[in-house]
Design a protein around this ligand. Structure first.
Ligand code: FAD
Ligand code: DLZ
Length: 530
C-alpha cells in the first residue's frame, strides 16, 4: 500500500548541500532520500576519470553524512547502478511506497526537461523546487535581462555587488571603484611563491571509488591518479581556508599568467566544490572580503575574486537558463572542423597546447586563461565545431557542468552566440601567449615569426581567422582596427599567411581514429562528429 504522505527526495550528484530546498518540510522519520550513480550520467560525455571519482566519492560521503543525521538513504552504486534517473526513481517509489517525489531544480536543461515529464511517466506528483544555492534566481536574472539591448556582465556585477552588500562602503564600492583589473593580470614572476594544493582525499570510500572507476571506465579521458581532490565538506573547507590564507593575496596579480609546470598558480581550485554544493558561494565571498577588511589581502585581489563568483559564475548561469535550449545549437561563425586528435593526447609540437592539454589529462584542471586563451583560442582560430568543443570541455574538467561550461565555451570562448557574452572574439596571435606565459621558451616554434619553417602556426591561423570573417568584423568597432591592419598587408603577404594556415589545417588529424581504443559501451564515444 502507498504511504499516503511519504516523500522520495531525489538528490543529484551536484546537490550535496544539507539545506537544499528539496529537504524543506521533509521528515527523516517518514521520508526517504534517493541518490543514484547512473550509467547514463556517467556516459553522456567522455568525463575525465578524476571527475567521475570526485562526483561518486563526494556523493557516497554525502549519503553517509545524511545517514548520520538520521535520514534513510536509498543509494544505488555503480558498477551495477541504474541506466537513468527515471528508472532509479521508479524502483525507489515502488520499494518505499512513496506518494510524492521532490527534487531541487537540476543544473542542466536536458535533465530539467526529462524531470518535467516524470509526473506522467511515474504516475505521482513531482515537486521541482528552486535551487537557492545561487545568489540570483533564474527569474531574477530574466527580470534583470528584460528590456536590455545587451547583457553586459559588468552591469550585472554591480547589481550583484549591491544586493548582498559585498565589498560596499555604504552605497559606494570599497576603494571607490567597482573593478580593479587595471592592477591585475600581469605576466607571472616565476620567483613568486605558489602554494601547492592540499593532498587529495585517500579515505576508504574514495579508495573504493577509485578502484571502481579504474575498472569500469578504463578508456575515459585522463589519468585517475594522483587524485588531488577533496570529497567532503570538511575537505572542501580546508581547501578554501588554504586558498584564502596562502593564494588569495596574489590572486588578481597572476590571474592571467601561465607558467610551464605550474598548473595551480594562485587560483582557488574551488570550482569543483562550489559546483557540487560543498561550499556556499556567498559564504566564500564574505570570507574573502573579511581577508581584505582585516588587511591580509589587497583589494585588487579580493575584488577580482569576488567578481568571478558573484559576477561571472552567476551571470553565465543566468544566460544559460535564459537562452536554453536554443543556445546549445548556436554556431554563428559556421565552424565545422573536427577538434584535432591531440586534444585527447597532448601530443603536439606546439608547447602551449601540449602543456595545457597535458595538465588537463593529468589533473582535470586548467585555470581560466588556459581554457580561454590556449585550448579555446586555438579551437576558435582553426574553426572547430563549437558543439564538439563544448563536449570536450564538458568532459575534461572536474568542475564541468553544462550550466557553467556551455556559456563559457560556446559564448565566451568560441563566439558561437554571435557576441552575446563577449563583445569581441578571444582571438590572439602567438604574441599574446608569449607575453602571458613562458610556454614559447620551450617551443620549437618562434612566436615572433609569421612565416617560414620556424614560425609559430598561431600567427598565420590568427590572420586567416580575421580574413575568413573580415566582413563580420568590419561591423565590430573593437575588431575593425584589426581588419584594417589585415587589409593594409601586401597581397603577397596575405596570400603567404593564408597558405601557411591552410597547410597547418590540412595536416591536422581528427580525433578518434588512432588516439584511443573504441568503446562501444560508451555512449559519448561519438566519432561521427564532423
Ligand atoms: P579561480 O580562477 O580561482 O576563480 C574563482 C572562482 O570563480 C572559480 O572557482 C569559479 O567558481 C568562479 N569563476 C571564475 N571564472 C568563471 C567563469 N568564467 N564562469 C563561471 N565561474 C567562474 N567553470 C566551471 O566552474 N565549470 C566549467 O565547466 C567551466 N568551463 C569553462 C570552459 C571554458 C572554455 C572557459 C573559458 C571557462 C570555463 N569555466 C568553467 C570558468 C573558469 O575557467 C573556471 O571556473 C575556473 O578555471 C575554475 O578554477 P578555480 O576554482 O581555480 O578558479
Ligand atoms: C556529473 C555526474 C555524473 C558523472 N554522474 C552522476 C550520477 O551518477 N548521479 C548523479 O546524481 N549525478 C551525477 N552527475 C551530476 C549530474 O550530471 C548533474 O546533477 C546534472 O548534470 C545536473 O547538473
Amino acid at each position: 500500500m502507498v504511504n499516503s504522505s511519504r516523500r522520495l527526495i531525489l538528490i543529484l550528484g551536484d546537490q550535496l548541500t544539507p539545506d537544499l530546498s528539496a529537504f524543506d518540510g521533509a521528515d527523516p522519520g517518514r521520508d526517504v532520500v534517493l541518490m543514484a550513480e547512473v550509467a547514463g550520467e556517467a556516459g553522456y560525455v567522455d568525463h575525465h576519470k578524476q571527475k567521475l571519482a570526485l562526483v561518486f566519492a563526494a556523493m557516497r560521503h554525502f549519503a553517509a553524512e545524511l545517514r548520520a543525521a538520521g535520514w534513510t538513504v536509498d543509494y544505488r552504486t555503480l558498477p551495477e547502478g541504474v541506466p537513468d534517473f527515471a528508472t532509479a526513481a521508479a524502483e525507489a517509489i515502488a520499494r518505499h511506497r512513496a506518494a510524492i517525489l521532490v527534487v531541487t531544480e537540476p543544473g542542466e536543461w536536458r535533465l530539467q526537461d526529462e524531470i518535467e515529464g516524470w509526473e506522467e511517466r511515474l504516475a505521482l506528483p513531482v515537486l521541482i523546487r528552486e535551487d537557492r544555492r545561487f545568489l540570483c534566481t533564474r527569474a531574477d536574472f530574466a527580470a534583470w535581462a528584460n528590456g536590455r539591448r545587451s547583457l553586459v556582465m559588468e552591469h550585472f556585477y554591480r547589481f550583484m555587488r549591491r544586493r548582498p552588500g559585498l565589498l560596499m562602503d555604504g552605497d559606494q564600492p570599497a576603494g571607490g571603484r567597482w573593478n580593479f583589473d587595471a592592477e591585475n593580470r600581469k605576466p607571472a614572476r616565476p620567483s613568486l611563491f605558489m602554494p601547492e594544493p592540499l593532498a587529495g582525499a585517500d579515505d576508504p570510500v574514495t579508495t573504493e571509488v577509485l578502484e571502481m572507476v579504474a575498472a569500469r571506465f578504463p578508456g575515459n579521458f585522463g589519468a585517475l591518479t594522483p587524485f588531488r581532490w577533496q570529497v567532503t565538506r570538511a575537505g572542501a573547507e580546508a581547501a578554501r581556508d588554504r586558498f584564502l590564507t596562502e593564494a588569495l593575496p596574489h590572486f588578481g596579480e597572476t590571474q592571467d599568467a601561465m607558467l610551464a609546470g605550474k598548473p595551480w598558480m594562485h587560483h582557488a581550485l574551488l570550482s569543483p566544490y562550489l559546483n557540487l554544493g560543498l561550499l556556499d558561494p556567498l559564504d566564500l565571498c564574505r570570507r574573502a572580503e573579511a581577508e581584505y577588511r582585516a588587511g591580509r589581502a589587497p583589494l585588487n585581489a579580493v575584488e577580482g575574486f569576488i567578481r568571478q563568483i558573484i559576477g561571472w559564475r552567476e551571470y553565465v548561469r543566468g544566460v544559460y537558463w535564459l537562452k536554453m535550449p536554443d543556445y546549445s545549437a548556436m554556431n554563428t561563425l559556421g565552424a565545422t572542423r573536427p577538434l584535432p586528435d591531440f586534444y585527447w593526447t597532448g601530443d603536439t609540437d606546439m608547447a602551449c597546447l601540449a602543456e595545457v592539454i597535458g595538465q588537463t589529462l593529468a589533473h582535470g584542471y586548467a585555470h581560466h586563461i588556459q581554457r580561454l586563451m590556449i585550448t579555446g583560442t586555438y579551437a576558435l582560430l582553426i574553426g572547430a565545431d563549437p558543439a564538439q568543443v563544448h563536449r570536450w570541455y564538458l568532459g575534461v574538467y572536474v568542475d564541468a557542468y553544462e550550466w557553467v561550461e556551455l556559456p563559457n565555451t560556446l559564448g565566451m570562448s568560441q563566439f558561437a552566440d554571435g557576441g552575446l557574452l563577449a563583445t569581441k572574439p578571444y582571438a590572439a596571435s602567438a604574441a599574446y601567449v608569449d607575453r602571458m606565459s613562458d610556454y614559447c621558451r620551450g617551443c620549437r616554434y618562434d612566436p615572433k615569426q609569421r612565416l617560414g619553417e620556424a614560425a609559430c602556426p598561431w600567427n598565420a591561423l590568427y590572420w586567416d581567422f580575421i580574413a575568413r570573417h573580415a566582413d563580420r568584423w568590419a561591423g565590430n568597432h573593437r575588431m575593425a582596427v584589426i581588419v584594417k591592419a589585415w587589409a593594409a598587408k601586401p597581397a603577397e603577404e596575405q596570400a603567404a599567411l593564408r597558405a601557411a594556415a591552410a597547410a597547418h589545417l590540412a595536416a591536422l588529424k581528427a580525433y578518434g581514429d588512432a588516439a584511443r581504443p573504441a568503446r562501444p559501451d560508451h555512449p559519448s564515444d561519438d566519432r561521427s562528429v564532423p
